[in-house]
Design a binder for this molecule. Structure first.
Ligand code: ZN
Ligand code: ZN
Length: 589
């Protein structure tokens, strides 16, 4: 019996509207999704010239009989969607079927397939059958699409550079591999293997295959569920930061979807640990009853709507926050096996963070990266469950004694466990950050009149936003009034504002209110204002301080809820154990 049916015209048109063969990546996506739907456990994708010359997909799926094999090149044939309702069911991969005839019409296709009873080989040029013969293939399908757009040269120009075609294809295959960890994927371009997964069903292994060992060692497991949703996946330490959101990957019922709201939850949960313009790597697999989700039927959008989304959102936010907090609190700051060459060379390499704060620092600082890099062999994140005891931060902060500083930036400390370096700016920033956050959360009435009131002028739209929020600003202890055309006068501020920085603090607060405008969120506001003020108020790098001042910073740092990171997630302290020092000097081997 034929597994492929010709779907009704109405539905076909709906789909066709969004389905066009544009790029090599969409051809690859179509072919690979067909292989997945055919129940394959091993899929090999071989490209020549990033797929522009040839895309060949070999699978070990159920294959097709000779009727189906021909029917699949007939417009509007599909084995996956029979009715409109099926469009909403995520247990099939989606909306395809239409794409194969489109692909065939603009390329030279050769198809070998066998349902293990009979093997057949077809060749098509521009969608027309040119040859048909028996094939010796045992089971599965080999399809090769050559010379894409050979007969429509005008469309060739829509192809991007080979490099960018290849990166799009890689992206497609990476996502398929993450969604289907039990399928073995091999991606080859011009005889070079770009990705190979083992199909063992281990998501962390696939992450490792895609991102490499440095990243996979920095992934933390997430696993949680509520009545409707079950979530499993891995989230990176904040220090693994990417400059775009492409690595926030949400997979719902084995299908990669795009959902801005989930991305926002992830970003919010990370925000205190990373700069705003950097993003972690997050792979979340969400399992849900298909009746609770609504898929946007426009195939290119892959968007999805969840029922009871607030519950899912709260669960994700809490879980990610918990994992990150626990990790930071319990982080083993020891450097394990540091090698001298690395320490030296890393002083000049780019940092993992590139927020403005770094502009204040004279020296580049990449220790946090180099240390985790060196820890790979001994540092096992992924399967360590974060136990309760790790929350006991303050007691775990070592008793350490400063003996001086290097480069006017790093306080050198010691105790019987070795040597410690403290970034004086990061440490004081953490202290101030926690202090300011408390003040921001419970503004008290202690305000002080300014000797010289300040007058601030804005554009009309900014003026209106501030006016809109004027009661809130007053609640912070800032005495603000309208003062003529588009301007305000400020006469008093809270006593805890750092002397000399009052005007800057006020300006920054108003600025933040303007930029947040409609997206205002009190927690984020307090957080980012506290971080900003703490950064400005804290001792700069490249500043000589006395031993007494160093002791003062350390004793305050020790009292912090999280003494190990600055307000932006950078480390405050680095430990070189006695053993590591001995190793560096080759006293021990
Ligand atoms: Zn700072
Ligand atoms: Zn900082």
């Amino acid at each position: 019996m034929s597994k492929i049916k010709v779907m009704d015209q109405n539905l076909a048109n709906k789909i066709a509207a969004g389905e066009v063969v544009e790029k090599c990546a969409s051809v690859v996506k179509e072919l690979v999704e067909n292989s997945i739907d055919a129940g394959s456990t091993d899929i090999k994708i071989e490209l020549i010239s990033s797929g522009v010359k040839s895309i060949k997909v070999t699978d070990n799926g159920i294959g097709m009989d000779k009727e189906d094999a021909l029917l699949c090149f007939t417009p509007h044939a599909t084995s996956k969607i029979l009715t409109e309702d099926d469009l909403f069911n995520l247990s099939t991969l989606g909306f395809r079927g239409e794409a194969l005839p489109s692909i065939a019409s603009v390329s030279i296709v050769s198809l070998k397939t066998s349902d293990s009873k009979e093997g057949i080989k077809y060749e098509l040029e521009g969608g027309k059958l040119v040859s048909k013969e028996k094939s010796d293939l045992r089971r599965g399908t080999i399809i090769e699409v050559k010379d894409l757009f050979y007969n429509t040269p005008a469309r060739l120009k829509y192809l991007s550079s080979l490099q960018s075609e290849l990166s799009n294809i890689t992206n497609v295959i990476n996502k398929q591999a993450l969604s289907h960890t039990n399928i073995r994927f091999t991606l080859i371009n011009d005889n070079k293997v770009l990705l190979k997964t083992d199909g063992s069903g281990n998501l962390l292994k696939v992450i490792n295959d895609i991102y490499g060992v440095k990243v996979s060692k920095k992934m933390l497991k997430i696993s949680c569920e509520n009545d409707d949703y079950s979530v499993f996946g891995y989230i990176s330490l904040p220090e693994v930061n990417k400059s775009n959101r492409n690595h926030l990957i949400t997979i719902v019922n084995n299908r990669v979807v795009k959902n801005q709201e989930i991305n926002k939850v992830i970003n919010d949960a990370y925000h205190k640990y990373k700069p705003d313009n950097k993003y972690p790597i997050v792979v979340l697999k969400i399992d849900v009853d298909p009746s609770l989700i609504d898929v946007n039927i426009h195939p290119s959008k892959q968007d999805i709507k969840f029922s009871n989304f607030n519950d899912l959102k709260d669960m994700l936010f809490k879980e990610i926050t918990k994992i990150l907090d626990n990790n930071f609190l319990g982080i083993d700051i020891s450097t394990k096996s540091v090698n001298v060459n690395n320490i030296v060379s890393n002083f000049n390499t780019d940092t993992v963070f590139d927020n403005n704060e770094y502009k204040e620092l004279v020296m580049d600082f990449s220790t946090s990266e180099s240390i985790v890099k060196e820890e790979e062999s001994s540092y096992e994140y992924q399967d360590t469950d974060l136990t309760e005891e790790k929350k006991e931060v303050n007691t775990s902060f070592p008793d350490i004694y400063p003996i001086g500083s290097v480069l006017g930036t790093y306080i050198v400390c010691h105790n019987d466990k070795g040597m410690y370096l403290i970034d004086q700016h990061a440490a004081e920033e953490r202290v101030n950050y926690e202090k300011y956050k408390k003040e921001m959360a419970n503004p008290n009435k202690d305000i002080i009149n300014m000797l010289f009131p300040i007058n601030l002028e804005y554009t009309k739209d900014e003026f209106l936003i501030i006016l809109n929020n004027i009661e809130f600003i007053r609640s912070l202890g800032i005495d603000i009034e309208e003062f003529g055309h588009n301007s305000f006068i400020i006469k008093a501020h809270p006593t805890w504002f750092k002397e000399g920085l009052e005007e800057e603090f006020i300006k920054n607060i108003l600025e933040k209110i303007i930029t947040m405008n409609n997206n205002f969120d009190l927690e984020r506001f307090n957080d980012s204002i506290s971080a900003m003020m703490a950064c400005k108020a804290s001792i700069k790098a490249n500043t000589q301080i006395s031993l007494e001042e160093m002791e003062n910073i350390i004793s305050k740092l020790k009292l912090c809820k999280n003494p190990y990171n600055c307000a932006h997630g950078r480390p405050t302290i680095i430990h070189y154990s006695t053993y590591e020092l001995e190793k560096l000097f080759k006293r021990v081997m």
